[in-house]
Design a protein around this ligand. Structure first.
Ligand code: ASP
Length: 313
């Protein structure tokens, strides 16, 4: 049996080789690898799955290439509003934040909600108060801003103004996440996002909704999703994977593939998930062109992937 395993994602969508330069490919692989390194360091010394997913997601939030923390996308009115959630598969404790701006690492604010309050989800000024009380670092707008995300907002707004229907939500999304199984057999999941480019102010996606974009339960699996959030919410994507394992006896791979390919794909739910079960098996299905993703187990073989052709499972 696997001692520990870790998987990360940096979002799924219209990710085509013809649109990425070799230099950018290298940077994406390095960003994923940094997250795997951060989580692996925790797990290899016997640390918890919860600490591993927190560390991995922080690394992805700090990397401006990914749509979370630094480099988050912009709302239709040019703001950044971030969602994040974390869940502990042992206790089913969970913490989440919606629509926040300021903390450098939204996932650590979600963790503070879990660790320091009686609630699962906080929004608005009091979510920020929890981050302040936990002494978490904040940053100014310049830290989070990237030209690429700003340009993506302008082109999306132009399409709207021209009356061009954006028929491919896969073009607009991105998110980061991690799932882990530790040496004690516990699983955990964490997900963080800026949401979808040009989303309405106040819109909250699937990421911070337990059972939609994030879920963990030692009896079944831990899941972190990325994709067209509204559909993931309506199909309770992450919880449905766990339910298929619990009630129908399906394997992690079969359950996750069914939800991604048969529930989400035909219903405008482009995207994918990463998931790990209590035995440490990992699956990373997606139904669009690519998903930034990677995995490592105790054998120390770090693997990172971008495109569909590279799919390993
Ligand atoms: N699921 C995220 C959201 O809808 C976006 C993404 O994963 O790309 O906010």
């Amino acid at each position: 049996m696997t001692q520990f395993s870790l998987a990360v994602h940096g979002g799924a969508g219209t990710i085509l080789k013809k649109n990425l330069t070799p230099e950018l490919e290298v940077q994406y692989h390095a960003g994923l690898r940094a997250a795997l390194d951060a989580g692996h360091a925790v797990l290899a010394k016997g640390g918890s799955a919860l600490d591993a997913v927190t560390a991995a997601v922080c690394a992805l939030e700090d990397e401006p290439l990914f749509n979370a923390g630094r480099g988050a996308v912009f709302t239709s009115d040019g703001q950044q509003e971030m969602d994040a959630a974390i869940m502990d598969g042992t206790t089913r404790a969970a913490g989440a934040v919606g629509g926040i701006f300021g903390p450098r690492n939204p996932i650590r604010t979600a963790r503070a909600v879990m660790d320091r309050t009686d609630h699962v989800m906080l929004i608005g000024p009091n979510a920020l108060n929890v981050a302040r009380a936990a002494d978490l670092p904040f940053a100014e707008a310049e830290y989070f801003y990237t030209q690429a995300r700003w340009d993506a907002l302008q082109s999306t707004l132009k399409m709207r103004a021209d009356g061009v229907e954006d028929d491919d939500p896969a073009r607009r999304h991105g998110t980061v996440g991690a799932v882990a199984r530790d040496m004690q057999g516990a699983v955990a999941a964490a997900t963080s996002t800026g949401g979808m480019t040009a989303k309405a102010p106040g819109r909250v996606g699937d990421t911070p909704i337990i059972g939609a974009g994030t879920f963990a339960d030692n009896e079944t699996c831990a899941v972190s999703a990325t994709g067209h959030g509204e559909v993931f919410i309506r199909y309770t994507a992450a919880a449905e994977i766990a339910a298929r394992m619990r009630h129908a006896g399906q394997s992690l791979t079969d359950a996750a593939a069914h939800v991604v390919m048969h529930d989400l794909a035909p219903n405008d739910g482009s995207g994918g998930v990463i998931a790990v079960d209590a035995a440490g098996n990992i699956t990373m299905p997606f139904n669009c062109d690519g998903m930034y993703r990677g995995m490592v187990t105790q054998d120390g073989a770090f693997k990172t992937f971008i495109y569909r052709e590279e799919a390993v499972n």
